[in-house]
Design a protein around this ligand. Sequence first.
Ligand SMILES: CC(C)(COP(=O)(O)OP(=O)(O)OC[C@H]1O[C@@H](n2cnc3c(N)ncnc32)[C@H](O)[C@@H]1OP(=O)(O)O)[C@@H](O)C(=O)NCCC(=O)NCCS
Length: 157
Amino acid sequence: MTTPAPEEHEEVAIRPAERADLLAVVRIENASFAQPWPYNAFERFLGEPGFLVVEVAGEIAGYIVADVTQQLGRALGHVKDIAVHPDHRRAGVASMLLSRSLGVLAVHGAETVKLEVRRSNDEAKRLYQGFGFDPLRRIPQYYGDGEAAIVMIRKVE
Ligand SMILES: CC(C)(COP(=O)(O)OP(=O)(O)OC[C@H]1O[C@@H](n2cnc3c(N)ncnc32)[C@H](O)[C@@H]1OP(=O)(O)O)[C@@H](O)C(=O)NCCC(=O)NCCS
């Protein structure tokens, strides 16, 4: 029997977040944002179908938090948070999360999905543009440090 190449050991799985994932999620959040969500912000989304994690070789490599709410009689999907561990970036993890999340939001009735992104966050804007999100408007002073947000939206089939 031949020894498999290292990458063949790297099993990738995407699944709903569980309580046991939260410490790893918060660690990635802290490594990713100047104003990170606290533990209890993630705790509130446990059980929400749009809170997903990606495991790579048994370690949490990234997560997404999204939900669907009724806005003026229409179901609106909202991507609230997404981050990938710095060691796992540029490997398609966020794309995997976004793709699965859009499917979950569609199953839960979303016709449109929106998100906010920092005006300066070119990596994230490029990711979203690749997924068909278009800039809709700018919200000045959206973030605690005074930076504006760009609201981006896309239709869901
Ligand atoms: C933004 C982020 C989630 C992307 O995660 P990722 O797993 O590295 O993204 P992917 O590998 O799926 O990349 C998908 C596409 O996004 C764009 N992209 C991602 N990172 C990029 C970078 N550093 N520079 C330029 N484009 C980038 C590219 O178009 C990329 O496609 P390509 O690799 O074929 O060129 C990650 O950089 C991150 O966690 N950043 C900190 C948290 C954050 O800013 N979250 C978004 C909040 S709105």
